[in-house]
Design a protein. Structure first.
Length: 256
């Protein structure tokens, strides 16, 4: 569904991604893990088309993307759920979720409200449409941002996100609120019998275990390890052992 071939990215002299190859298949749940500052969010932003790679190619359903998302027409929609829910504080929940439809579609207000309400129901927030983000908890704000990511024009199926990119969706949440989000991610994946695809960046052990089918470990600009959740527990790969044990001794250099 998405393929990165030889993608590199640096900021100044800081080489963040170094010739990365990556394939994500239809219906797959892929987690990208690795120490802080290794380029996980950078990969997501490149896949979303928000950031240009310095080198390499990005294919979406076999079609090469040229440029960024505003000048490219990907054959499928790719939605991103940001680490901070990134909601507009001065807009209500309903206005946030329906933002792109209110701005860019000719749908009637009542039609948009119906779509928004359905999507808020899907994330378990059917009753908060007229509240403001500041009146919600962190977990609720994250759920609102999920509802926004899956909101698309009903007559433009290409705009519906078939691939969702989650950047640390459970960061800062307590274990129970994290479970709610993890369950929701899996529920949103398999709606109406069709399983969509997602990529998740997370540091949280429970989120890795509960939301990933396949895991890649990114370090020093490269994919250093790839496997399943259960293989993270059995592998003797030194990077994986150190990462999951939290030890400061090992090949991963501790910054700061
Ligand atoms: N716009 C930017 N300008 C300059 N440097 C950047 C920019 N965006 C990211 N970086 C740098 O690129 C590196 C990778 O950042 P990125 O946010 O992708 O890491 P990450 O693996 O997601 O980290 P974390 O786990 O801490 O969220 C970091 O050293 C960061 O400082």
């Amino acid at each position: 569904m998405i393929e990165l071939r030889g993608v590199s990215k640096k900021f100044g002299n800081n080489v963040v991604l170094d010739n990365v190859d990556l394939k994500i298949h239809q219906g797959e749940a892929l987690a990208i893990i690795g120490p802080s500052g290794t380029g996980k969010s950078t990969i997501l932003r490149i896949i979303a088309g928000l950031l240009a790679a310095d080198a390499g190619e990005i294919y979406v359903q076999g079609q090469r993307r040229q440029g960024l998302i505003e000048d490219a027409s990907d054959p499928i929609g790719i939605g991103m759920v940001f680490q901070q829910a990134a909601l507009f504080d001065s807009l209500t929940v309903e206005e946030n979720v329906g933002f792109s439809l209110f701005q860019h579609s000719r749908l009637k207000r009542s039609q948009i409200r119906k779509i928004v309400h359905q999507n808020l129901e899907m994330v378990g927030l059917g009753r908060v449409g007229d509240r403001y983000p500041a009146e919600l908890s962190g977990g609720m704000r994250k759920r609102v941002s999920f509802a926004r990511a899956i909101t698309a024009h009903p007559h433009k199926p290409k705009e519906a996100a078939e691939v969702l990119l989650y950047d640390e969706p459970t960061a800062g949440l307590d274990p129970i609120a994290s479970t709610v989000i993890e369950d929701l991610i899996r529920q949103l994946q398999c709606m109406q019998g069709v399983c969509s695809t997602y990529i998740i960046v997370t540091h949280q052990d429970s989120t890795i275990r509960r939301t990933a089918d396949r895991i890649i470990f990114l370090y020093q600009g490269k994919v250093q390890w790839e496997g399943t959740v259960s293989e993270t527990q059995t592998t003797d790969h030194p990077l994986i052992r150190q990462f999951f044990s939290g030890s400061i001794e090992g090949p991963i250099q501790v910054i700061g």
